[in-house]
Design a protein around this ligand. Structure first.
Ligand SMILES: Cc1cc2nc3c(=O)[nH]c(=O)nc-3n(C[C@H](O)[C@H](O)[C@H](O)COP(=O)(O)OP(=O)(O)OC[C@H]3O[C@@H](n4cnc5c(N)ncnc54)[C@H](O)[C@@H]3O)c2cc1C
Ligand SMILES: NC(=O)c1ccc[n+]([C@@H]2O[C@H](COP(=O)([O-])OP(=O)(O)OC[C@H]3O[C@@H](n4cnc5c(N)ncnc54)[C@H](O)[C@@H]3O)[C@@H](O)[C@H]2O)c1
Length: 555
């Protein structure tokens, strides 16, 4: 009977080594909802999960027991009549009410689908409660602190400001209040549109069948739907040997509560979370030590942007770093002793040194949270889709939502393909970094394989009137493109409001707009968007390219 289940697992489970940035390895394939999606079962247990599913390591045996019970439940539910139900309670059931599930639910209602969403913890998931939203509240504070503390910047604007200070609890409250507000907005938007919000932990019981229950001991409520979306998100990935106590050795789940501002904090991992928190902590007075396994900081970024980020965001701040090292053992502070961090060389695996710090933030990636769904690798379930962080393809809030919308398009009859190369990403440091598409090395690799040329154009914020008026001239925009046909391959920006500026480029990629078309679009003056206007205008597309009216250039 179980062999009739059809959720295909097309890609191999990723080994738990260094999770490489999503932007360097994972996003090159378009997302096609009808194609089987990788559902990675990484064997991790989610310690920080707020709901009843919170599993400590010692409970993992119980979870095996639970999986067996769930398998029995699947068998039982199928043996009711041995086939899928003939009519359904819903057109669509979504498991997980994070931003991915929310985006899918809203679009499903718009498409006229009777929709339910099952949530085991709080609506909003990681982004709203433990991710984008509270972190951006902290970053809003760090941006202002940074500005107010910069005597040089203030003087240049002719301003005089007394010494800036902050109230830690007030800052923490700002982050928490914002999360509550956005969570309520999300909940209300679904209720208003008639999405049924079912509270409990969801499990796939078979084709078209989902069980959910409030606690492990309560019986399953069973609901059926024509289609099911798994949108169960992700949890912090903590490498083996690192003991998280939630006080002195923390993940982003803890750090966002801002229960303390340590004098000296080590940040393990210099990806998105590491970099954003280094911005927050240094603005609030901490000294930061980065520990990065790869040979350079911010290894996921375009290398040129990474170098500039190091010059602007790392070197002038109270930040030092160790690259090419693994933190193999981290022990929380205890009995007056500091946090200890044992480092080994990432290549030779030889011990290097032991650091003693006040606190450590573990920012070494995230792992899909897909255990407890009652699925095993090899289970095949028809009409089952997996979106967002749970499929590990591109762990961003808007990617989760876009994938959800794409699935809904698919199940309502439109063969929709989401191009992940058009999905922008941003790191909300001061100044911000943003990107879309390929990095220069990725573009050159692709060009070599496929046999085309790559060109690069750059513009600086230093010549932009608006940036200079704000006294924020530090910044660069970089365009990677094909000179033969004007295709935009990637755009990377470091500078004031880079996160907002990237959308002109991401929309152009999504809509297939070439440089020879976009260079004639008109931008208001004086705005930061002129940085991109100038960027597109400076590209040298061959005269014979379709739609090109540019002068012939030697390439
Ligand atoms: C510190 C931090 C900052 C971030 N900042 C940004 C940012 O600025 N921009 C950005 O784009 N991304 C950011 N991200 C990433 C972003 O948060 C995620 O990509 C996004 O939340 C993924 O959405 P999702 O819906 O796939 O999963 P989630 O938001 O994790 O939601 C999954 C939901 O499913 C529920 N759930 C899990 N299992 C079950 C089950 N069996 N039954 C019922 N419910 C279940 C969970 O409780 C949760 O509510 C950040 C992440 C972190 C950690
Ligand atoms: N602004 C945003 O959009 C935003 C902000 C925060 C988080 N996020 C998302 O959350 C996810 C997780 O973020 P993240 O920063 O934890 O992951 P990441 O993948 O961006 O960076 C992890 C870093 O840790 C390093 N690393 C891994 N294991 C290590 C070890 N044992 N010792 C030393 N270094 C190690 C990696 O080389 C990498 O540089 C990302 O996928 C990101 O998309 C997005």
């Amino acid at each position: 009977m179980q062999s009739s289940l059809t959720l295909s697992l097309s890609q191999p489970a990723t080994a738990l080594t260094i999770p490489k940035s999503n932007y360097t390895v994972n996003h090159s394939l378009p997302f096609h909802p009808s194609k089987p999606i990788n559902l990675r079962f990484c064997g991790l247990r989610r310690e920080a999960f707020g709901g009843f599913s919170s599993l400590s390591r010692s409970q993992s045996l119980q979870s095996k027991f639970r999986s067996k019970k769930i398998s029995n439940a699947i068998s039982a539910s199928l043996s009711d009549n041995g086939s899928a139900p003939k009519s359904f309670d819903y057109d669509l059931i979504i498991i997980g009410a994070g931003v991915g599930g929310h985006g899918a639910a809203l679009h499903a209602v718009e498409k006229g689908l009777k929709t339910a969403i099952i949530e085991g913890d709080v609506v909003g998931g990681t982004c709203v409660n433990r991710g984008c939203v509270p972190s951006k509240a902290l970053l809003a504070v760090s941006g202002r602190m940074r500005e107010l503390q910069s005597e040089h910047h203030m003087k240049a604007l002719g301003l005089q400001v007394a010494a800036a200070g902050y109230d830690r609890q007030g800052v923490a409250d700002h982050a928490n209040n914002l999360a509550t507000k956005i969570r309520n907005n999300l909940t209300n938007s679904m209720k208003a549109l008639g999405v049924d919000i079912l509270t409990g932990f969801g499990t796939i019981l078979g084709p078209h069948k989902v069980g959910y229950r409030r606690s492990r001991d309560s019986p399953f409520n069973i609901v059926t739907a024509k289609d099911i979306i798994i949108a169960t998100g992700s949890v912090p990935f903590v490498p083996k040997g690192i003991e998280v106590d939630g006080k002195t050795v923390i993940t982003s789940d803890h750090a966002l509560k801002l229960e303390s501002v340590p004098d000296w904090i080590a940040i393990v991992g210099s990806g998105y979370i590491g970099l954003e928190f280094s911005d927050v902590y240094t603005a609030l007075g901490s000294e930061v030590t980065f520990i990065e396994a790869l040979d350079q900081l911010m290894p996921g970024f375009d290398p040129e942007i990474g170098k500039l980020a190091q010059r602007v965001l790392i070197n002038p701040r109270k930040i030092d770093y160790h690259t090419g090292v693994f933190a193999t053992k981290i022990t929380p502070a205890k009995n007056g002793k500091p946090v200890t961090i044992e480092l080994i060389d990432a290549n030779t695996k030889e011990p290097k040194e032991t650091l003693e710090v006040d606190a450590a933030l573990i920012a070494t990636g995230r792992a899909p949270f897909t255990d407890s769904l009652g699925l095993d690798i090899g289970d095949l379930i028809p009409h089952l889709y997996c979106i967002g962080d749970a499929n590990g393809k591109m762990m961003l809030a808007h990617a989760a939502s876009a994938q959800g919308i794409s699935v809904v398009e698919q199940i309502t009859g439109r063969d929709h393909v989401l191009n992940h190369l058009s999905i922008p990403a941003a790191c909300f440091t001061h100044p911000e970094i943003s990107m879309v598409g390929l990095t220069e090395p990725q573009a050159r690799e692709k060009a070599e394989k496929e046999g085309f040329e790559v060109s690069v154009a750059k513009t600086s914020f230093k010549a932009n009137t608006k940036a200079l008026a704000e006294n924020e001239g530090e910044g660069l925009a970089k365009l990677i493109y094909r000179p033969d046909n004007g295709e935009i391959l990637g755009v990377h920006i470091l500078g004031l409001h880079a996160a907002d500026l990237i959308h002109e480029a991401s929309n152009a990629i999504a809509l297939g707009t070439s440089i020879q078309d976009i260079k004639f679009a008109v931008h208001a003056h004086p705005t930061l968007s002129e940085v991109l206007d100038e960027l597109f205008k400076s590209a040298k597309v061959k005269a014979h390219a379709p739609g090109s009216v540019s002068e012939p250039v030697a390439v």
